[in-house]
Design a protein around this ligand. Sequence first.
Ligand code: IPE
Ligand code: IPE
Ligand code: MG
Length: 245
Amino acid sequence: MKEQVDVDNLPKHIAVIMDGNGRWAKQRGGLRIFGHQNAVKAVRDTVEGAAELGVKYLTLYAFSTENWNRPAMEVSALMQLLVSTIRKETATLNKNDIRLKTIGHTASLPDACQQELQEAMELTSQNSRMTLVLALSYSGRWDMTQAVQRLAQDVGHGIVAADAITEATISQYLSTAGMPDPELLIRTSGEQRISNFLLWQLAYTELYITDLLWPDFRKEHLYEAIVAYQRRERRFGKTSEQLIK
Ligand code: IPE
Ligand code: IPE
Ligand code: MG
C-alpha cells in the first residue's frame, strides 16, 4: 500500500476522529477503558506513519467538549492515560522530530495533564518534521465561540476594524491559526458525522470513513485513506472540465 501513495500529492494536514474504542473493548468482553488503553498503539503507529510519509500536520480528536458528559470513572481514566502516554512518548516524538501542540479548552483539564502537556510541548518545540496536534476538551463550536470573543475584544479596542474582517481574519482567531485546513478527515468506527470537530476548518475537506475500530487502525490503513483521497477529484465548485485544462 505504501508504494501506492503519491508522495508528491500528500495532504499537508490530516485530521482524525479516533472512534470505536468502547465497541472494540465490548467485542472482547472488556471495560471501555481497555479499548482506550489499546488505542495508544494505533496513535503511535499513525503518528509514525504520517511523519515518515512527510505529512506536515496531524490533528487527533482525543477528547471532545461533549466527552466531559461521560461517566466520571471513564473521564478520569482517560485523563490518567493521557498523562502516562505523553510521559512515555515524548522521547519518541523528539527522536522522530515531531512537535506537539494542543487545541481546545485545555484549562479545564486536570492540573497533572496540563503540566505534562506543557512540558512535552516545550521539550518538542524545536522539532520541525511534523506537528502533532491533540484536540483536547475541543469542539468546533467552542473554537468559534472563543474566536468571536477575542475578535470582538480586538474590535472594541480598535485593533481590528469590523468591516476589515475577512475569512482569513477568522482563521487567525481560531485555535488552528497558522495551520493549513485539513485536506483529509479520517473517521473510524463507521459513524457518519463530524461530532463537533473542526467545523470551520473542514469546509472543503475530503471525508474518509472506515468501519475499522480505532484500536485496530495501523499505518497501512492510513496509506489506504491517503490513496483513496488521492483518487478523488477535488473540484471546489468548478466543473470537471475546468480542472483538466
Ligand atoms: C473514541 O472511542 C475515544 C473517545 C471519544 C475518547 P469511544 O470511547 O467513543 O468508543 P465507542 O464509540 O463508544 O465505541
Ligand atoms: C468523537 O467521538 C470525539 C472523539 C473521538 C474524541 P464520540 O464517540 O464522542 O462521538 P459521538 O458521540 O459518536 O458523536
Ligand atoms: Mg465513540
